[in-house]
Design a protein around this ligand. Structure first.
Ligand SMILES: O=P(O)(O)OC[C@@]1(O)O[C@H](CO)[C@@H](O)[C@@H]1O
Length: 321
């Protein structure tokens, strides 16, 4: 199988409207209502777009993180990313950057508590959109990933997708809630919800492929639904006579670890494939292999590259509808 690893690309813009200091607590076991001693604490720059940039860097694809950052956490996040060699366009804001806490126990179960993120002012959002528009001049793709903080303008993501279109740059979005529907309506090249996010945003009894088809009908050109241990589903409009085509890549059997950030690795692979013009079934397979390899890495934004190399030849995309 040909792989998109040798392709030289310019920068991918990894826009993170709601960045976070990701805190991972390792404990033996835990229970609600009890008090626990944390065995060790891991802090990483986080937020989904930040993780996408970190995975792209591991893959050798240049990326720049654009994020509103405030308070000591925001300063730390930018400094940490820069120390790791990442390009960062920080938009200074008054509100302190949020934290997320993931508790990982000895069974490997990961329980996440994501703070909502503090509100930004109207001027701060305008500065954020202007920064993205400016950085688009130098970009080959736009990725917008993660939740939006409370009070974010409802047209924020459509504005970013429209700015990307004006710059001739494909847009990929990974978000949840009502923002998933509004961003799909803006016509991005690809959206990547997970199955839970999809069911929450588009409840119904037409299954994962049916709900993904509704995101296509809203305007997304392609939809990839990550299914955790069960792999992923890719849907586009190439089925002929206006019908959608549904592809499935099964999960890698027996992969256990920390799934936080696996979806971000999947997005990183998909955007790399999009930029490189990788055929859709191969791009889906690549994304499933990298997502599974992320589960074996200690923290979100990291991947086990040796596992990725092992997994890739074992997977294939199958047309199921
Ligand atoms: O609250 P959101 O924006 O939906 O997700 C945030 C987050 O949980 O997602 C990443 C894993 O995908 C973590 O690094 C990060 O903090």
């Amino acid at each position: 199988m040909s792989r998109p690893t040798d392709v030289v690309v310019s920068r991918v813009l990894c826009v993170t409207p709601n960045p976070a200091v990701d805190v991972t607590y390792r404990v033996g076991s835990w229970a609600p209502g009890a008090s626990h001693r944390v065995r060790d604490v891991l802090e990483r720059p986080g937020g989904k777009g930040v993780n996408v940039a970190r995975v792209l860097r591991v893959l050798g694809v240049p990326a720049v993180v654009v994020a509103p950052l405030g308070g000591p956490g925001g300063d730390w996040l930018a400094a940490e990313l820069r120390a790791g060699g990442h390009a960062v366009r920080a938009v200074p804001v008054a509100a302190a950057t949020r934290r997320t806490v993931t508790v990982v126990d000895d069974t490997g179960a990961a329980t996440a508590f994501n703070e909502p993120g503090r509100a930004l002012s109207e001027d701060e959002w305008s500065a954020f959109v202007a920064a993205v528009a400016e950085e688009l001049g130098d970009a080959v793709a736009l990725v917008v990933s993660g939740s939006l903080p409370a009070g974010a303008p409802s047209d924020l993501l459509p504005r970013l997708v429209a700015a990307a279109r004006d710059a001739g740059v494909p847009a990929v979005a990974d978000t949840s809630g009502p923002a998933l529907l509004t961003v799909a309506g803006a016509g991005p090249a690809l959206v990547k919800p997970n199955a839970h996010e999809l069911a929450e945003a588009l409840p119904g009894d037409d299954g994962v492929s049916g709900a993904a088809g509704r995101l296509l009908a809203l305007g997304a050109e392609r939809v990839v639904v990550s299914l955790g241990a069960d792999g992923l589903l890719g849907v586009d409009g190439s089925g002929g006579s206006g019908e959608s085509a549904v592809w499935r890549v099964a999960g890698v059997p027996g992969v256990a670890g920390n799934p936080t950030g696996a979806g971000d690795a999947t997005v990183a692979a998909l955007v790399r494939g999009l930029v490189a013009g990788t055929p859709w079934p191969e791009a889906l397979t690549d994304a499933a292999a990298l997502g599974a390899a992320a589960v074996l890495a200690a923290a979100a934004g990291e991947v086990d590259l040796a596992a990725y190399e092992r997994f890739l030849p074992t997977l294939h995309a199958e047309r199921v509808e």
